[in-house]
Design a protein around this ligand. Structure first.
Ligand code: PFF
Length: 449
């Protein structure tokens, strides 16, 4: 590791930034709508399997690569396997990060719009139908969603160009704890709604007949997306870890908190869905249509609504800065660009593609590739294909190719916090379990076998 490289300042900083990357729209927007489309409880169980049995070891694999090399994703593979094709996985990661940043910024732009509208008290006394119509009109218009996408990405530029410690770490330390507190408050509120029992049944009672190959593929994609896994985001972040950061513990805390937030989001959303007679399978609009109904029926709804969307926006921000950091570190270290130029380039690409995604709910909704709009295509291709393929390659690389002493050294760095048995378990998952499971799901889900 290069001595002069930036590192996160504190343990809290490591957890806050890594959890900050993992927790975002993936938990509060994407998880409820995917679970809603795919039958609730059954989706949740498969998601949990992928997060803890497959995800955690692969998170460790990314951490091992990142911290050991202290490098961007391309440089990391060049250092570990010079002249070998393993480094090609970096291009999968770079492509995925650009695609995700583009469509994610559109939804983050929606959260900004809703923050501003909430502050004006827009939900007061509106019926659920009126709130739906309002969302549809907004999302399909040609100007506002594009403007908000660009504003959101400009905020990213501002923070990212300030660098790792000042920008990223300081912000995450404050935001993440706030988000947890407000989620807990909303959870309690939802549990007192008339539709609470039905909502909880939907989320927690698995209906195994709902499981199809595409549900399993969707749950695997959700697990990778939610953990920011498979595209080198965690390689990049762990390149800023200190030598004594415990990797397995950090990955377990990240997965645990990430799952907790997704489940809380489900407990907030589904009771409201059934209370207000809405459709759980509404897709990407779900959260933006259901949440305002909750606020419209609460006393002080405008304040709660503003606070909620503000925190959702901020949680998105801690995730998008981690996505953008992948390409920024790459441009800086591989092409010798300044931090500002590298940031401008990464954000500029996302702005261009983000505008197209924003318009795919309106002016460009007729453009379909494989039957999907650009927004859906970017989401599906990155989450369900690129991330699992990237994760599988990373897992095989660390399990089979990387010197075992490196793996063991990184996992036990900082004073043997993990037993020999623990190391063996992680290696077993990386060698066999993760590649085989990902490979099978992938082939079945895509209908190849
Ligand atoms: N994990 C983030 C979320 O759940 O919102 C999304 C994400 C962040 C995906 C960073 C990929 C990434 F590199």
């Amino acid at each position: 590791m290069k001595d002069n490289r930036t590192q996160f300042a504190t343990r809290l900083g490591v957890i806050a930034t890594t959890v900050g990357s993992a927790v975002g729209l993936g938990n509060i927007w994407r998880f409820p709508y995917e679970a809603g489309v795919h039958g609730g409880g059954a989706f949740l169980i498969i998601d949990l399997f992928f997060i803890f049995i497959i995800g955690v070891p692969v998170v460790c694999a990314e951490f091992i690569i990142g911290r050991h090399t202290g490098s961007n994703i391309r440089g990391a593979f060049r250092a570990l396997a010079p002249g070998k094709p393993w480094g090609l996985v970096s291009y999968i990661g770079l492509a995925a990060s650009v695609l995700i940043l583009s469509f994610y910024s559109v939804v983050a732009g929606w959260t900004m719009h809703y923050t501003v509208k909430s502050a004006g008290g827009f939900t007061a006394r509106m019926t659920a139908d009126a709130l739906h119509a309002q969302f549809d009109t907004f999302a399909s218009s040609d100007v506002l969603p594009v403007v908000w996408t660009l504003v959101f990405l400009a905020v990213n530029y501002f923070i990212l160009s300030r660098g790792v410690r000042k920008g990223i770490e300081r912000m995450s330390n404050i935001l993440m704890p706030m988000l947890f507190v407000i989620l807990l408050l909303f959870t309690v509120n939802s549990l007192t709604m008339p539709g609470a029992a039905e909502g909880m049944r939907f989320l927690f009672m698995p209906d195994f007949s709902a499981i199809t190959p595409s549900v399993v593929l969707g749950a695997m994609g959700q697990a990778f997306f939610s953990l920011s896994l498979g595209l080198g985001c965690l390689i990049t972040y762990s390149s800023y870890f200190k030598r004594d950061t415990p990797l397995l513990r950090t990955s377990l805390i990240t997965a645990g908190l990430d799952t907790l937030v997704a489940i809380l989001a489900g407990i907030i959303i589904f009771p409201a869905v059934f209370t207000f007679g809405q459709e759980p399978a509404a897709g990407p609009k779900l959260v933006f249509e259901v949440l305002p109904s909750i606020f419209a029926n609460m006393s002080g709804g405008a304040v709660w609504s503003t606070l909620f969307f503000l925190l959702l926006f901020l949680a998105s921000l801690t995730s998008t800065i981690s996505m953008a950091e992948i390409t920024i570190a790459y441009f800086e270290e591989e092409f010798g660009m300044s931090r500002k130029t590298a940031t401008a380039l990464s954000i500029g690409i996302a702005m261009t593609l983000g505008m197209l995604c924003a318009l795919s709910f309106g002016a460009l909704d007729g453009i379909k590739i494989f039957g999907m709009t650009l927004f859906d295509l970017f989401d599906y291709t990155s989450s369900n294909i690129l991330l699992p393929v990237g994760g599988m390659i990373i897992s095989v690389f660390v399990g089979w190719v990387l010197d075992r002493s490196v793996v063991k050294g990184e996992l036990t760095a900082g004073g043997g916090r993990i037993t020999a048995m623990g190391v063996r378990c992680v290696v077993f998952c990386l060698r066999w379990l993760a590649p085989v499971c990902i490979g099978l799901v992938f082939l079945y889900g895509l209908g190849v076998v």
